[in-house]
Write a protein that binds this ligand. Structure first.
Ligand code: G4P
Length: 529
């Protein structure tokens, strides 16, 4: 079946913003929404950011209102496109959630602080995007402040991320004298003080450009532009779509500058909903039958209802309110009677959603992260990977009589992705693993509030873990047997090797040829488990 270019799926652009805290993600999100006409709600972004900002505030909000402030999907229309911006939690401790959200987008905007360049969190999030070759548009923000040399920044992106850069615009000065940008390919200038309407010029030496610059910066600007044009990569759509090259825009989110460039770039270049790999075949967005996967579970979003919302990325077809879908993991049908769209803190019933859209499905624990929904077909999306936790703790239960209840509760928490759980092969107490310490606080709170289980943590003697697998089943079994005291099983029953230090991990790794140690558990390992 051929689709016209205005088919609902083809109009969708589903993306996220990746950045280090403080680079300007919240400000940029607001400005994108303003552009997209979602203006009346833009203030909520900041309200949410402020609420989510500190650990204690966040926990306080959870406690007082029983809501979570960590998720939203913002939808706006511009230039005949429907943009779905998947917001990721601001707090860095929530990185596991952030990682999972990135499995549901088709492109990403990388925001870089012009004074700081690539920072730790940006790099990590970028690596997650790279796993799926997600195309990235780069926005170098805060040009209105003292900033680093643009070539330096481009060079840093190329070197630290191994990602080619194609500057699309060039800044007219920086800091206090930042006056706008020059479009390298189109010979246009956008002035900071003129609502960004582009002005066609004859070239970088046009007086309409040079007059914007301080006298003593003009020669250097001309040199930079010619160097950028001759020495930098040109923008090649195909390389961008393959995730090898990023177009780079300069701007200032605070001054509302460069935002139009960014949104135009997303409209023109960002891909429509991508085909998704399932176990037996590739599923394309245009297929008429609905498929989707759960990438996130959010509990307690509404203080009045103890509901859990499973966030589903629709991969193909149309999801309609009232339809029945097959939950492939169990083979059972579930009724999608109240799918919801979320916008910041508001939600509304979703009558229909298309490939690329994200809907929330209220449920009572039926759905878990990584689940596939279809209209009947038995396929499983490779979907959502797990990342080796960075903190491991043993759980101490204050009332040992409640061990069974603890197991059930932990299973639920692991299915929701609050923590990962590992059951040691030698029968010792369960280990929980998290990427950020805040996840541990959330676990304690929820175990008490929802299950009446007071728990605390003990240091585990292990500090590193890796999933282990092998093409040779006998070899894996032998390894697991030999290392029994350092083996645990995850939620799916996949074996994990626990090490006391990075050094001992490396040591054991070298002594176990044929065994693969992985930091990211993807579909293959899940299947083998
Ligand atoms: P984040 O979500 O990535 O953590 O960053 P956020 O947008 O909250 O921005 C962090 C700080 O940087 C904010 O200042 C914000 O106003 C400022 N900022 C964002 N974009 C720009 C820009 O283009 N130029 C300049 N000069 N500043 C920018 P703050 O003082 O921490 O917060 P606020 O008091 O302004 O809210």
């Amino acid at each position: 079946m051929t689709q016209s270019s205005d088919a609902p799926a083809a109009r969708r652009r589903t993306f996220a913003i990746i950045s280090h805290p403080d680079a300007g993600k919240t400000t940029l999100t607001e400005k994108l929404l303003l552009f997209g006409g979602a203006i009346q709600l833009a203030g909520q972004v900041r309200a949410k950011r402020d609420a989510a900002q500190t650990r204690s505030d966040w926990m306080g909000i959870e406690r007082e209102r029983g809501i979570s402030v960590v998720t939203s999907v913002m939808t706006f229309e511009y230039d005949d496109r429907v943009f779905n911006l998947l917001d990721t939690p601001g707090h860095e401790d929530f990185s596991e959630d952030t990682y999972r959200t990135l499995t549901a987008v088709d492109s990403a905007v990388m925001v870089i602080d012009a004074a700081k360049g690539i920072e730790a969190r940006t790099r990590k999030l970028f690596e997650v995007c790279r796993l799926r070759d997600i195309p990235i548009v780069t926005f170098i923000n805060k040009m209105d402040r003292e900033s680093r040399d643009p070539f330096d920044l481009l060079d840093e992106i190329e070197k630290t991320l191994a990602l080619d850069t194609a500057p699309m615009t060039w800044p007219l000065s920086r800091g206090r004298s930042f006056a706008g940008t020059f479009d390298l390919a189109r010979n246009e200038v956008r002035r900071l003080d003129a609502d960004e309407a582009p002005i066609k010029v004859s070239g970088p030496d046009d007086p309409a450009v040079l007059d914007l610059l301080p006298q003593d910066e003009r020669d250097a600007f001309l040199e930079e532009v010619s160097l950028a044009r001759e020495g930098c990569n040109p923008f090649v759509l195909e390389s961008f779509l393959e995730g090898h090259l990023t177009p780079v825009y300069f701007g200032s989110a605070l001054r509302n500058f460069g935002v139009r460039d960014l949104i135009d770039a997303l409209a023109a270049y960002a891909p429509p909903p991508r085909s998704q790999q399932a176990d037996t075949r590739l599923v394309t967005a245009e297929e008429p039958r609905m498929t989707g996967f759960v990438f996130k579970i959010q509990a307690n979003m509404d203080p009045n209802h103890r509901d859990r919302i499973a966030f589903i990325r629709v991969c193909s077809g149309k999801l309609s309110r009232g339809m029945k879908a097959k939950l492939v993991r169990t083979g059972k049908a579930i009724s999608l009677s109240a799918p919801q769209f979320f916008f910041a803190r508001n939600r509304s019933l979703a009558d229909e959603a298309w490939a690329g859209d994200v809907v929330g499905i209220p449920n009572h624990g039926t759905l878990r992260i990584g689940d596939t929904l279809t209209e009947g077909e038995d396929i499983l999306f490779r979907g959502v990977p797990s990342f080796a936790p960075e903190l491991l703790r043993r759980i101490r239960l204050q009332d040992p009589m409640k061990a069974k209840k603890l197991r059930e509760a932990l299973q639920q928490m692991a299915e929701e992705g609050v923590v990962q759980t590992f059951v040691p092969a030698d029968g010792s107490a369960a280990i929980v693993g998290v990427v950020g310490a805040l996840q541990l606080d959330v676990l304690v709170e929820r175990m008490q509030a929802e299950y009446g289980l007071p728990i605390s943590f003990e240091m585990s003697r292990f500090s590193v873990c890796r999933w282990v697998s092998s093409d040779d089943k006998a070899k894996l079994a032998e390894f697991v047997e030999k290392q029994r005291s350092a083996i645990a099983y995850d939620l799916d029953g996949a074996p994990v090797f626990l090490a006391t230090s990075a050094f001992s991990l490396k040591y054991e790794q070298e002594r176990a040829p044929g065994i693969e140690f992985t930091e990211i558990k993807d579909y293959q390992i899940r299947q083998a488990a």
